[in-house]
Every structure is written in C-alpha cells, then in structure tokens.
Design a protein around this ligand. Structure first.
Ligand code: GLC
Length: 567
C-alpha cells in the first residue's frame, strides 16, 4: 500500500500505463479487400510500440454480420474471416508480447447478433431453454411492452414473426438482441467464453455497453421525452438502475477477471456520484471506466444530433475536471479525447482556426497528464480532424442514417442535416488511418470500405515521422515524459487539482505527489496569457510558438502548451 493523492492505493500492474485503441476495420488492410485486418495490425505493431503505449484495445474482431461494425457478435470464439484467423490472432499476441504490449479485446456482452446460434434457437423454438437467455415479452393491445426507444432509433421491441403479440428486446439495433443477465445459465456461458480468451493470453477487456445489462423487468417504460412521439430513450433508465449493476458485475469479476488479474475498462455511462466508487478503485467491479462526462454534457437527455450543442474547450475541460476531482478519492478513470463513437476532438472541441497541428498538440499536452489511464484512439496521435462527407450516402453508420432522417423530420433541409452529420457522426472517426500520402493514405491497395480523409497530404504518419515538430512526435515526447522517473509517480498517483484563475479558454491543472508538483497548461484563447509560478520552476516540455518561463512568470501564446515542474 502506498499513501498518495487523497486515497490509499494498492499497486496494480496497469497503473501508469497508456492505452491505444485500434478500430480494426480502418487500421491497416494487408490483403487489398478494402477492410483492415489482423495481419495489417501485426505489420504495424512496431509503429504502435514506437508511440510508447503499453496496452492495445482492439474493437470487435469476431464473426459478425457487421450490422453495427462487429458490435453484433455471431460467434464469440471465432475471428471474422474479414479480419483473419485465430492463428493470426495468436501470432499477434506473441508479437505484441515481444514488444511489451498487452492486448485487450472488446467484450460485447449486453447483446449478441440475431445470427448467433443461441438467438436463432430462441427465436425458432418457443419451448427452447434458450428463450430464457433473452427477453421475450408479451405486448399490450397490439403495442410493444413499453415505450423505450433504442439507441439507433425506433422501439427497443421487435415483433417475433409467427407468434401472437410477442416481442423481443434490443436496446441497440433490432439485429442486436439483449441477453437476459438475470439467467444464471446464460451467465455461466459468458464466463466460460471470457475465461477461454484469458487462457489464450489476452490481458483483459474493454467492456461494451455494460450498464445496459440491468433492466426493470416490469417493463413499465418511462414518461415520454422531448422526441415528441411518446417514446423515451432507453439510456434514461440507466441512472435509475445503475446501483443494481454491481450485484451482477461483482460475480462477473469474481468468476473471470478477478482471479486472473485482468485489466478491465468499462464503457459505463450514466453513473451518479453515489455509485462511481463501486465501479473503480481497489474493490471496484472494473479496473477503470471511461470518463464520458464531457461527452454526456453533449448528448445526455437530448433527443438527437439536431439538439446537441457544439463542443467547446470549456465543455471538455469542465467535464474532465469534475471527474478528475472525484477520482482523487475513488480510483482511476480512463480519460479520452475521442473514440470510434465520437467525432475527432480537434474538430469538435476547437474553434475552426485552431483545427491544426498546434491545436492538436495543445490538446494532447493537457490530455496526457490527467489522472488515470489515458486511451489514445488511432489517428489521434496524427492530429486527425473530422473528414468532410459530401453526401449522406457516403456514411456507413446506422446511427448516422437514423439521425439524418430524424433531423429531416425535425425540419432541417438536406444540406443542413448533412452539415450536422459532418459535426456529430460516428463515422467521422472511422475513416481509414493515414499511413502515407499514397492512394487511400496507404491504408489499402484496394477500395476502402469507407471514404478516406481528404487531408492525407498533411495528416499522414510517414510525413510526421520525419518532422520533429509533428503531432506524432509530440505524442511520443509526452508519453516519454510521463515515464521520466522524476515525475512518473506523480503522473500515476498524484492528486489532481484545477488551476482556475485562467479563464474559460485555458486548460490548466496541477498534479501533486509528496515530493513533486507539476503544472500542465494549454492556451486555447486568442490572447497571450501569463501565470505566476515559483522562481525555480522549470519547463519540462512545451508545444507551439511561445511558451516561455522567465523569473517564475509563465507566458503562453495562443495554442501554446507546456508541462512545468514547480519547485
Ligand atoms: C458501444 C460501442 C458502439 C456500439 C454499441 C452497441 O457503445 O462503442 O460502437 O454501437 O456499443 O454495441
């Protein structure tokens, strides 16, 4: 035990680590079919290791009809032929290990695909025990059991063909039926599958949509929300039920991750202050949970993209800072700037004239020293911006198509709705990784499954390798600095404190351990700013033109950032 920050912490192997998310469909294609694959990832393991990260999370690679890009799993123990084979995966694990990289997989266990044998059996045979593994519920007077709305639009209930007044539940697409976690035999099957992967050598999991496993099985629904059609978003149920989740999650951990000391990061949102402590920390259900506080201030309780506010740096800062302060006493969260469900942070949180390398580097600086396990999403380290889609037909994501039509129904013109998708769509972060300035950015020799980014010339890894001032090399320097033995314990365990005096367009905070204090700051305003530090303070790293420290006065020009030790 070591006494740090404000909470006593039992040391774990993953403390202090940095993670990198691979969206396999868009990372690297080795066989020219236009879709990324495992051999492509193997080819790029050296690149990933060169960033200095420790953990790789690979989004789902299992057999799937790809209605939701693999988040609809039809066989949890087989690799999709689109991505390769189990042998490829085993080779990936061995090679990753040689490079000191831990691999975690995506565990999609709130739901499966409607093509999964368990669901096919459940659907086709009313007497089959598999029916109990899902929710098959009678409707009322020819209407679904309740008024909840799926994350991808429409009712969460789908009528069972050939049966009278019977529905099955799907919190996401109708091709993604929800598992009934209250069924012990189903849980056993899930635990077996998880242990099978752990035995194969994976270091842990990112756990998908896990808050949705808790249900109000009276299926009463909720009062209608602002969408105006009598329905209510299924997500609105989570805060009411979150406190019941640990009953299921403690068992999950005890039977799988716990005894094997696996690393787990949960996609858990809607957690009130009273329950976060149960999810993270020494006895938490998970190692850590993503911090979606900033994101939730955009989308929570809003009926659709058309009602979302534009992100701002203040919104990003305030969301992160509020969770950072809580996490001091509770455990470790996983900060993020973007992922495969969100637009690129540089485009979303920064003003149009800041969406460049300087802006990306300033964001990177203040992101990388937050308390917790930072997750970098592929392409973030290149400062990738959101691309521009020219028509709705170029989008692949099912949620984007639903949101587009919702926006039209709300009265937006097609041009306005398209512009909105170019701000919020999940596909904005799913365009191919940009390796070089060749066709399709070196991602594939074939035709990419989704249109490539238009700014391949600047945003490519090969060009940035050779430029010491590139976003890529800035990320590398930041990760190296985190490991500097002088400050590493402070970066990992030190208490977080906000430095508030600098205004709405500045991100500034301090981290404290017993012997070290660091200050991290970035200026997103259009004016120079000054901070008073102690005379012996020292700049450890900076970005942008104009981060100067003289006689204890730190001056930051617009879009400059720095990390300073305070003596
Ligand atoms: C999570 C995934 C998202 C997916 C959804 C359903 O939110 O991150 O991509 O669509 O779960 O599995």
């Amino acid at each position: 035990m070591t006494e740090v920050g404000t909470a006593p912490v039992v040391k774990r192997w993953w403390h202090g680590m940095v993670a990198y998310q691979i969206y396999p469909r868009s990372f690297k294609d080795s066989n020219g079919d236009g879709v990324g694959d495992l051999r492509g990832i193997i080819e790029k393991l050296g690149y990933i290791a060169s960033l200095g990260v420790d953990i790789i999370w690979i989004s789902p690679i299992f057999v799937s009809p790809f209605i939701d890009n693999g988040y609809d799993v039809a066989d949890y123990r087989k690799i999709s032929p689109v991505y390769g084979t189990l042998e490829d995966f085993d080779e990936l694990l061995v090679k990753a290990k040689e490079l000191g990289l831990y691999v975690i997989l995506d565990l999609v266990i709130n739901h499966c695909s409607d093509q999964h044998p368990l669901f096919r059996k459940a659907l086709s045979d009313p007497q089959a025990p598999e029916r109990e593994f899902f929710y098959f519920v009678k409707g009322h007077n020819d209407a679904p059991p309740d008024n909840l709305r799926s994350y991808f639009g429409g009712s969460v209930w789908e009528r069972v063909p050939g049966e009278d007044n019977l529905y099955y539940l799907h919190t996401y697409a109708k091709e993604q039926p929800d598992f009934n976690w209250y069924n012990p035999r189903l849980r056993e099957r899930i635990y077996e599958m998880i242990n099978w992967w752990l035995d194969r050598g994976v270091a842990g999991f990112r756990i998908d949509a896990i808050m949705n496993i808790v249900k109000d099985t009276s299926f009463k629904g909720l009062p209608p929300d602002e969408q105006g059609d009598g329905s209510c978003a299924a997500a609105a149920l989570i805060p009411h039920l979150a406190y019941t989740a640990p009953m299921l999650l403690d068992e999950l951990k005890a039977r799988t991750f716990g005894p094997r000391d696996a690393f787990t990061v949960a996609e858990a949102f809607g957690l009130g202050d009273d329950v976060i402590g149960r999810f993270i920390g020494d006895d938490g259900c998970f190692s850590t949970v993503f911090d979606f506080t900033a994101r939730q201030s955009i989308d929570q309780d809003r009926p659709g993209y058309y009602a979302y506010p534009q992100g701002t740096i203040k919104l990003y800062r305030d969301g992160n800072f509020s969770m950072q302060k809580k996490s001091n006493a509770l455990g470790f969260v996983a900060p993020l700037l973007e992922n495969h469900d969100e637009p690129r942070a540089v485009s979303f949180y920064l003003k149009p004239h800041q969406r460049n390398a300087q802006g990306a580097k300033a964001l990177a600086t203040v992101f990388m020293f937050l308390r917790g396990i930072p997750f970098i999403y592929q392409g973030q380290e290149l400062g990738m911006t959101s691309p521009k889609f020219e028509s709705i037909d170029e989008f692949d994501d099912l949620q984007t198509h639903d949101e587009y039509h919702k926006a039209l129904r709300h009265g937006l013109t097609p041009q306005e709705a398209l512009a909105l998708m170019n701000v919020h769509s999940r596909d904005l972060s799913r365009t191919p990784m940009i390796w070089d300035d060749g066709p399709a950015g070196g991602f594939t020799t074939g035709t990419p499954w989704i249109r490539p980014h238009q700014d391949i010339a600047i945003l490519n890894a090969r060009a940035q390798e050779c430029d010491p001032a590139s976003v890529l090399n800035h990320y590398r320097a930041l990760i190296r600095l985190r490991r500097d033995p002088q400050i590493a314990p402070c970066v990992t365990y030190g208490r977080f404190e906000e430095v508030a005096e600098a205004g709405d367009e500045v991100i500034c905070y301090r981290r404290f351990s017993e012997s070290v204090t660091i200050e991290v700051a970035a200026n997103f305003s259009d004016e120079e700013i000054k901070f008073r530090l102690t005379p012996d303070s020292q700049v450890l790293l900076s970005s942008g033109d104009g981060a100067n420290l003289n006689d204890g006065i730190l001056t930051l020009a617009p879009l400059a950032s720095c990390v300073v030790t305070i003596k």
